[in-house]
Ligand binder design. Sequence first.
Ligand code: 13P
Length: 256
Amino acid sequence: MTRKKLIAGNWKMNETIPEAVVLAQEISNLADPAALDAVDVAVCPPFVDLKPVKTVLEFDRVNIALGAQNVYWEPAGAFTGEISIPMIKEIGCTYCIVGHSERRNLFGETNEGVNLKARALIEAGIAPIVCVGESLSVRDEGVYLDFVTSQVRAAFAGMDAEDAVRAVVAYEPVWAIGTGRTATPEQAEEVCAAIRATLAELFGDDVAQQVRVLYGGSMNEGNAALLLVQPDIDGGLIGGAALKAVSFIEIVKAAR
Ligand SMILES: O=C(CO)COP(=O)(O)O
């Protein structure tokens, strides 16, 4: 089964609205329509940039999807500071990152919250990009496969096969995020394969073969090709390199 690769840019807390518009325009100008047919591409800017970026992508009629970086699971109400799924859906988001390690580690996001968000997104027709990944100490202890697969089990708890098939998983080892220290293709493949095996155990092989498992962590135009050629790596979640249009588009080319 060949899964269409997905390259998603996580802009994190970068780019004011004018800066985001320029970056979206640069990405749109550099993107080759044939590459965008062959590879799914998404950008995930901060909430305030979503609408302006969507406007650029629509104006250019470019086949690049929009994603949010986080969301709350309740549809509306007294949740000061939160953003709802109907809000991001109305803007046109088709993806939403959930459970990024920065949210887990800096903002106290739990496996239970990640599960609630992922399920609510699927219910609304938005694909959650569920992030999982171990810290350096967990890796050094040698228990990283158990750690990551238990994050996957928690994120997919209560889903059926029909739900699960609509999710994306991103393996992002914390020690590789923003450090310039990329996982080797073998290290990344080992964990991505274990994630797929867990999905197969939970939902059957047919589902596991359809769910895209991305790698993220210091992916750039220099190392992307070797990572993306691994059998269980179906794309990338790109941080720093997604803020440079040329680098991001080079990664898209490498995914073809
Ligand atoms: O966290 C990441 C994407 O979500 C990866 O960030 P970097 O590509 O900057 O390491």
